[in-house]
Design a protein around this ligand. Structure first.
Ligand code: FES
Ligand SMILES: [Fe+2]
Length: 401
């Protein structure tokens, strides 16, 4: 898990105006709320007074959770603005200036595609990776499904690798058409990876063999409506591919025919190393009527479950550091490309030291992900989440563990 990238925090529709919400991301609790203008804010959830959860439960169910655009701590009523500053400490009298060190970390926010994203890290604006631009979003001829949340009980890097893996489809997803089992002509075609046009990642396209689109009630789609309805489309192959952007964003391109396309975006939220929430934005340029959203969601859930059933049993749970502990094939080229990008993020010093974090977090130490303001001012109360300096140090640490 890495700091200094944009992470999905909560769906816009799940964040109201009258109370804060909580989310755990990168193992750390965050509080999310809207100010009087409706702008969303994401702060470290740990109150600097005595460690209560700013988004946590109130014993007095009627008490206001948000006052003057501030989130109110349920323990002693300290008020924190969207900038992370403490604006009021009731015990010293309302209107008395709180000490500056009472502040909490506040993260840059962008609300887009129906998702509140936060930049979780301290990298200054000039050098930080921007949030991925979804080019089709809002374009004529394209429609988006509501964002679907898929909660999966495994490490986010394993989830990303699975989405980059063209060799698993015919084995794991009978819904896709052919089954590779005993199909004599089966072979994954050669493909190349190249750097993404928005940088911070790569992409690839790959041609799959595919039978004519299955119809509802057919052997390959017995239970679900097919998203293309009753249309009979003959085709011999499908182009699909995708790539990554940063450690946690994965676009997938599926051209089911030359002019019928899905653009699927997985914005992954690593909750802990054993739990990931995937914010799934599914764009399409056909079946534009919203009545198709339901069947498309239902089908995607079936497909996601097929992956989950395999991935819960992977050993080890985290992506291995060394490829000598696996036997990778040419079909795994995209996975290798993803890991090369992760190695670059390691060398930027952005990887969280999970061993150190797990040993102390919630025990003798509360950690915060450093926010950009830490680069320009001192006096921060919470300890910064421990990081690994580079790839070489990561090897040392993981070998010792
Ligand atoms: S712990 Fe938050 S106000 Fe005391
Ligand atoms: Fe899959």
């Amino acid at each position: 898990m890495y700091i200094n990238f944009w992470y999905p925090i909560i769906r816009s529709e799940d964040l109201g105006y009258d109370k804060p919400e909580k989310a755990m991301v990168l193992g750390v609790n965050l509080v999310i709320f809207r100010d009087q203008d409706g702008d969303a804010h994401v702060l470290s959830d740990t109150c600097t007074h005595r460690g209560a959860s700013l988004g946590g439960a109130w014993s007095n169910g009627n008490a206001p959770r948000l006052i003057n655009g501030c989130v109110v701590c349920p323990y002693h009523g300290w008020e924190f603005g969207g900038d992370g500053e403490c604006k009021n400490i009731p015990s010293i009298g309302y209107g008395t200036k709180p000490p500056p060190r009472a502040k909490v970390d506040s993260y840059p926010v962008e609300e887009k595609y129906g998702i509140v994203f936060a930049f979780l890290g301290d990298e200054p604006e000039e050098s930080r990776p921007p949030l991925l631009e979804v080019e089709e979003f809002g374009q004529e001829g394209w429609v988006a499904n509501e964002v679907l949340i898929l909660e999966v009980p495994y490490y986010y890097e394993r989830s990303i690798e699975n989405g980059l893996d063209p060799a698993h489809n015919e084995f794991v997803h009978p819904t896709h058409g052919f089954s590779a089992i005993n199909r004599e002509t089966y072979k994954v075609r050669e493909y190349e990876t190249e750097d993404h046009n928005q940088s911070w990642g790569f992409w690839f396209m790959h041609r799959f063999d595919s039978p004519p689109l299955p119809q509802k009630g057919s052997a390959t789609s017995p239970d679900t409506d097919t998203p293309w309805g009753d249309e009979k489309t003959e085709r011999s192959d499908v182009y699909a591919g995708g790539g990554t952007y940063g450690p946690n964003i994965m676009p997938t391109y599926i051209n089911i025919t030359a002019d019928k396309m899905f653009r699927q975006y997985f914005f992954e939220q690593p909750v802990t190393e054993n739990l990931t929430r995937i914010f799934f934005l599914n764009m399409r340029n056909f079946l534009l009527d919203t009545k198709h959203n339901g069947p498309i969601h239902a089908r995607n859930k079936v497909i996601a479950q097929q992956d989950i059933d395999i991935l819960v049993d992977l050993n080890p749970q985290r992506t291995p550091l060394s490829t000598t502990k696996e036997v990778l094939m040419p079909a795994d080229k995209a996975i290798a490309a993803y890991r090369e990008w992760l190695a670059k993020f390691d060398d930027m010093g952005w990887r969280i030291d999970l061993n150190e974090f797990n040993a102390r977090n919630d025990k003798d130490m509360a950690f915060a992900i450093p926010c950009p303001a830490r680069r320009v001012s001192g006096n921060w109360v919470l300890e910064e989440i421990p990081l690994i300096k580079n790839r070489a140090e990561r090897k040392k640490i993981e070998r010792a563990a």
